[in-house]
Write a new protein. Structure first.
Length: 54
């Protein structure tokens, strides 16, 4: 049972990291404004906090 929980936890963290990478890469390609970048980092910060403490 513990092994399943650790795999699920690892999956959540890796999927978040991959999602974050794609979003940042997309914003760089699209050359978003500073306001949009700040909104992205706020959103990612909230997701990161939720991933860590859930």
């Amino acid at each position: 049972m513990k092994n399943r929980k650790s795999w699920f936890r690892m999956w959540k963290i890796l999927s978040f990291a991959f999602s974050m990478f794609l979003q940042v890469y997309w914003y760089r390609i699209r050359k978003k404004s500073d306001v949009e970048w700040n909104a992205l980092w706020e959103k990612l910060g909230g997701q990161f906090r939720q991933t860590l403490f859930s």
